[in-house]
Design a protein around this ligand. Structure first.
Ligand code: MLT
Length: 279
């Protein structure tokens, strides 16, 4: 499906019915990554919305205008357009950076925050310089440098060896990302603020999920991240890397569903948050 959001044509999946769950993809991917979660969540009685962020997948990729604020504004506006007051929102990696922005700027829209294979810290100086160098490679017509630098570290070593078809599918999604989206999102990620020092402010129920073979978000960062959030739980998916939702979908879905079920008790089917959790 497509709709016009903030003057751009955005593609999104809207499947199932029930309390709303919004899933935000990572970099340089797209909403196609959520297929196993869309299936599990809709079967469990939820409505799942998953956009392609501007510049990614089937969404329009403007030449300029990429920032975490813009990504979050697009997601917030999409919710409004679809008549969803509040949702449980899950953000994978870069999607988690967007989720932090939403929590800081649109907290009333979020019934639960699922931080999936992501982190709370900003890039350090070397990280920012690397993002800029990669964005420059894209601008010089060498986008393969970005695709190659992300391709292998997305997966656990075992997945790379035994599931070449999955690796190729994910690479296909990377190539669907526009040049402007690649460069724009790299720079936007480099500019994101640090939230680790602010975690105590976020009173929304939260889940922090990691994977024990994630080479982008080390699993040992998950416990401290969760512990600093006032209302949180965490889980580590065994035998999976950064693409744990595809590498180990059953364990990933079980952890996510438990959290979504708990948070969604505060939502009616239109996500209007008119129920109170009873303990
Ligand atoms: C992602 O998976 O979204 C990226 O690895 C995030 C990042 O590069 O910081």
């Amino acid at each position: 499906m497509h709709t016009t959001i903030n003057n751009l044509s955005l593609a999104y999946t809207d499947a199932g019915s029930g309390p709303a769950v919004m899933l935000i993809h990572g970099f340089p991917l797209g909403r196609a990554m959520w297929e196993p979660q869309v299936e599990a969540l809709t079967a469990a009685g939820f409505r799942v919305i998953a956009p392609d962020l501007r510049g990614f997948g089937d969404s329009e990729g403007p030449a300029e205008g990429y920032s975490m604020d813009r990504f979050a504004d697009d997601v917030a506006e999409l919710m409004t357009k679809l008549g969803i007051g509040r949702a449980v929102v899950g953000g994978m990696s870069m999607g988690g950076y967007v989720l932090f922005n939403l929590l800081a700027r649109y907290p009333q829209k979020i019934a639960g925050a699922a931080f999936l294979l992501t982190r709370c810290n900003a890039d350090d100086a070397a990280g920012k310089a690397r993002r800029k160098a990669l964005a420059e490679e894209v601008r010089q017509g060498r986008r393969r440098v970005v695709e190659e630098s992300f391709a292998d570290i997305l997966f656990a070593p075992g997945t790379l060896k035994t599931r070449p078809e999955l690796v190729e599918r994910v690479k296909g999604w990377m190539s669907a990302t526009s040049d402007a989206g690649l460069a724009g999102a790299l720079l936007a990620m480099g500019e994101r603020p640090d939230y680790c020092g602010r975690l105590g402010e976020f009173l929304t129920p939260a889940l922090v999920m990691g994977a024990d073979e994630d080479r982008i978000v080390p699993p040992e960062t998950i416990g401290p991240f969760a512990a600093a959030l006032p209302l949180s739980s965490s889980c580590i998916i065994p035998g999976a890397g950064h693409m744990a939702n595809l590498e180990a979908p059953q364990a990933f879905n079980a952890c996510l569903l438990k959290f979504v079920r708990l948070c969604s008790q505060t939502l009616d089917v239109r996500g209007n948050g008119n129920r109170v959790l009873e303990f």
